[in-house]
Design a protein around this ligand. Structure first.
Ligand code: PLP
Length: 439
């Protein structure tokens, strides 16, 4: 009998024993095409020997040192590497162990920044519906996925959630994407004016929404207008690239594709590529300076901050993504994946939208393509697709989300950056079969 506490207590998963490239193998010898990189984690695929060797070398010299006393060479190197490529004025890197920790650090840094600046009335966060920022209490409060939040509601912070930028569902007839992008962004200003801009410290959003919305990209100009509004009202812009960052969309930082620089940026997942648990919060020199000029102490922290072994993995992964020119591969294979999905499902009566950027693609399922009516939530279409895909040897990331009471089912695809043409064909063929079985 297993003593592991699994995610689904009535449905124990097979035991994974090995991974090579885009495939995972379980103890029975069954192979799975890892078409979502777990949860958009395994950007280099499995069994990357350069990364493994870098981790082994780090373990041989130093596995761990507490950042309360010491920094370490891999942490310094990783911070330098990230800042060398980071957009705008991002200047400091706070290394944590995952995405939720990066978001918690971002929220607390935003708060401390305003306290240090003598504006303690700024304590409110504005976030978006249909978003996901992690499962710890602060991050879950920022997230706007109703199902994930529901049972924990009494524990959550009072955070405003505005509508996301969701062309497929929320753009009006006759509106251009640019007009819609502007209208969607202006919801932030409306909410600021409603709650009092002087009480707001930060707006948080995912540049491309992942876990709750199936690779939802923003309408053109949306994030530029968001940046303007944040600047106008002195509100920090926190961008959460935990899922969409580190090359997934074809740029190391997805916000550069929007032409927007955040004040605080959160990354994780593809930063360690699954080889080690690691995340990071990056902030501007200005924010750092406010702490430096104030108490000189960020009142936050965890035991595993700046973990040397995790940082060594991060250096090796980011170096591989850049050094092997994998960003070009993401763009090239992303285009192929999009074309293959369009060819296979573009006219499917139950596929409403195929969207995304780079190797971060989403398929939105609908009961009726012409009306965009979602499936009855009790049918559990997303869960059925996931089950059949797994049986068919395909790991993808189907999920259901709710916005304004309507439930939608999506399948998120985020394969390793090394995926080949033949593996894209295999992915689309297995996904098509699984969708057929689920309907
Ligand atoms: N932020 C985003 C955008 C995510 O997609 C996730 C995880 O899916 C998180 C934060 C939380 O990251 P983690 O699961 O590493 O805590």
């Amino acid at each position: 009998m297993s003593h592991v506490f699994p995610r689904h207590t009535r449905n124990l998963p097979p035991v994974a024993v090995s991974g090579e490239g885009c495939y995972l193998t379980d103890a029975s010898g069954k192979q799975y095409l890892d078409a979502s990189g777990g949860a958009a984690v395994s950007c280099l695929g499995h069994g990357d020997h350069e990364v493994i060797d870098a981790i082994k070398a780090q373990l041989d010299s130093l596995a761990y040192a507490h950042t309360g006393f010491l920094t370490s060479e891999p942490a310094e190197t990783l911070a330098d590497l990230l800042i060398e490529h980071a957009p705008g004025d991002l200047d400091r890197v706070y290394l944590v162990s995952g995405g939720s920790e990066a978001v918690e650090a971002a929220l607390k840094l935003a708060r401390q920044y305003y306290v240090e600046r003598g504006e303690p009335e700024r304590g409110r966060i504005i976030a978006r519906k249909q978003s996901y920022h992690g499962n710890t209490i602060g991050a879950l409060s920022a997230g706007g996925n109703e199902w994930r939040r529901a049972q924990f509601a009494p524990l959550l912070l009072d955070i405003s959630h505005i509508n996301p930028c969701y062309e497929y569902r929320l753009m009006h007839d006759g509106e251009t994407p640019e007009e819609y992008g502007l209208r969607a962004a202006n919801l932030l200003e409306e909410e600021l004016l409603r709650v009092g801009p002087e009480t707001v410290m930060a707006f948080i959003a995912e540049p491309v929404v992942g876990a709750t919305s199936g690779a939802l990209t923003a309408a053109p100009g949306y994030f530029k207008r968001i940046r303007e509004i944040c600047d106008q009202y002195g509100v920090l812009l926190i961008l959460d690239e935990v899922m969409c960052g580190m090359g997934r969309t074809g740029a190391l930082f997805a916000c550069t594709q929007e032409g927007v620089n955040p004040d605080i940026l959160c990354i994780a997942k593809g930063l360690g590529g699954g080889y080690q648990p690691i995340g990071a919060m990056l902030c501007t020199a200005q924010i750092y300076q406010a702490i430096q000029d104030g108490t000189g102490f960020f009142q936050h922290g965890h035991t595993y901050l700046g973990h040397p072994t995790a940082a060594a993995a991060g250096v090796a992964v980011v170096s591989a993504v850049l050094g092997r020119d994998l960003l070009s591969n993401v763009q090239r294979q992303g285009d192929k994946l999009r074309s293959a999905l369009n060819a296979a499902f573009g006219q499917h009566p139950n596929v409403g939208d195929i969207r995304g950027r780079g190797l971060f693609m989403g398929v939105e399922m609908v009961a009726d393509r012409s009306t965009k009516a979602p499936f009855d939530p009790t049918l559990g279409i997303a869960a059925k697709i996931k089950k059949h895909a797994f049986e068919n040897g395909l790991i993808c990331y189907p999920m259901s989300g709710t916005i304004d009471g309507r439930t939608g089912d999506h399948v998120l695809l985020a394969p390793p950056f090394i995926i080949t043409d033949a593996q894209i064909d295999e992915l689309v063929e297995k996904l098509g079969k699984s969708i057929m079985q689920a309907l």
